[in-house]
Write a protein that binds this ligand. Structure first.
Ligand code: F0G
Length: 459
């Protein structure tokens, strides 16, 4: 049988077969990460016998009306470009993907740009973009007959892994930093039956221990160092293009944490270009929180050649990561697409999150860095008014409702953090705050108070 794919080391370019990969997914020669390689992965490999782009588009559209689970999945619908499991009957799917593309007219107007869209990956089955990658890598774990899977997580990977493992009948172990993940996410991994281990350390400490674990036990690692995760996470690129009638936006903006998602999307767009589905790439820009900004620092100080880990601190707990595993892949994504890396403050994140909420959409704090970062790109002209920009919103607003409530009660940010915002943005944040109104259940009081509010509201 011809193997459907190979794995290529992103450091020394060594190629191995899929089943020869070390348990920590690092090249034994140079310790770099692998990527999945097909005949359409890059133009140099040779472009003979490639699938026909028009036929692919037709097929993907056709599958939308099928009643089969793998056709209803927004990941496996594109399975022609991720032939990583031989037996499609055994794919584990929760019908992930198929996420909406919304426009954000109020945010666009406040930035002075014509066109702003959000691809809401938080609308996946477990409420985050991780599901698109998890269906792919977990299905590989099933095919390779693992009984246990594990990950270290800031909360979303663990929620997703626990759900997919439960669906597949596998056991799962989650390592999370104690007290540093949002309750919604913690509750999910318990609900889906994972062995949930809270470690007295940060995310980076959890990663070290999960690596020790998979070295000594036959447990399949489902962190994003696993290259099959990225095969699923590249498919939102195809879905987005499909939703835009195969028009390529000028900019895609993603949050940066462990730094895998940016490169997964870049891989999707690059493959689409080799196949002739599109003729150019969008710029992919990555936004980090100021307190967890190792890639931003690396780009500023070394042009992306070296990365110094940082001690990470941000309320956007999903991206509280100081030593990101996939940073070299992210640098490649920036350089190959001409994107930028930006950093944003805690107050900028909180304001951006409230603005996305006020569009009736909402997202978790880590996702809101995209809008906050876009303001900087527009501010200095890197993004022009007529550019088409797509924010990738990575998590659902209900993942971290404590954060949202604290913002609206004005208990989230310190005085100094707020004061660092430009005055117009402070006013905007104040206008967006909608704390609950507590009243006695008395007709006159209720009517009087509501009438005062109604007359104060802008029409
Ligand atoms: N947004 C959300 C909501 C996330 O949960 C994460 C990462 C990111 C953005 C960053 O993506 O790591 O590919 O750069 N969360 C991981 C987790 C690390 O464990 O759930 P990245």
């Amino acid at each position: 049988m011809t193997p459907s794919h190979q794995l290529r080391c992103t450091g020394c370019a060594d190629r191995i077969s899929g089943d020869n990969i070390p348990s920590d997914f690092r090249c034994s020669a140079c310790q770099s990460l692998f990527e999945v390689l097909y005949s359409w992965s890059d133009a140099e490999i040779g472009t003979r016998d490639l699938p026909n782009p028009a036929a692919l588009r037709w097929l993907w559209q056709e599958r939308r009306s099928s009643t089969q689970a793998i056709d209803q999945s927004g990941v496996w619908r594109f399975r022609d470009l991720l032939p990583i499991v031989a037996d499609l009957e055994r794919v584990t799917t929760l019908r992930e993907g198929n996420t909406p593309l919304y426009d954000l007219p109020k945010c666009a107007a406040s930035l002075g740009i014509n066109w702003l869209l959000a691809k809401h990956q938080g609308m996946n089955p477990t409420g985050s973009f991780k599901d698109t990658g998890m269906t792919a890598a977990l299905s590989v774990a099933v095919e390779r007959q693992y009984e246990w899977v594990a990950c270290a997580s800031t909360g979303n990977t663990s929620a997703s892994m626990a759900a997919y493992a439960a669906r597949a009948g596998l056991r799962s172990i989650v390592f999370i930093p104690e007290g540093k993940i949002a309750w919604g996410k913690l509750s999910q991994s318990m609900d889906y039956g994972a062995l949930t281990v809270q470690l007295r350390t940060d995310f980076d400490g959890c990663v070290k221990l999960v690596n020790e674990l998979v070295r000594v036990h036959p447990i399949y690692l489902l962190n994003s160092v696993n290259p099959y995760r990225l095969e699923g996470q590249k498919t939102p690129a195809f879905e987005l293009l499909e939703q835009m009638d195969w028009q390529v936006p000028e900019h895609i903006i993603v949050p940066g944490g462990n730094l895998a998602n940016s490169s997964a999307l870049a891989k999707g767009f690059a493959e689409a270009r080799v196949l002739g589905l599109i003729s150019r790439l969008p710029r992919i820009s990555i936004v980090q929180a100021e307190g967890a900004n190792p890639l931003y620092q690396a780009m500023q100080h070394t042009g992306g050649r070296q990365l110094e880990p940082v001690a990470a601190e941000t309320r956007a707990s999903a991206i509280r990561i100081g030593n990101p595993a996939s940073w070299k892949k992210a640098v490649n994504a920036l350089q190959s697409t001409g994107g930028w890396c930006e950093q944003v403050s805690e107050a900028e994140i909180a304001l951006a999150k409230a603005q996305i909420g006020a569009e009736g959409i909402g997202c978790e704090p880590a996702s809101a860095v995209t809008l906050a970062g876009l303001k900087k790109l527009v501010g200095d002209g890197r993004v022009q008014a007529e550019d088409r920009v797509v924010l990738i919103l990575t998590g659902h607003t209900l993942k971290d409702s404590d954060y949202t409530i604290a913002f609206h009660r004005d208990e989230l940010l310190s005085h100094d953090e707020q004061a660092a915002l430009p005055p117009s943005q402070q006013t905007e944040a104040n206008n967006l705050r909608k704390p609950p109104v507590l009243l006695d259940a008395n007709r006159d009081t209720v009517l009087r108070t509501l009438e005062a509010h109604m007359s104060a509201l802008p029409v």
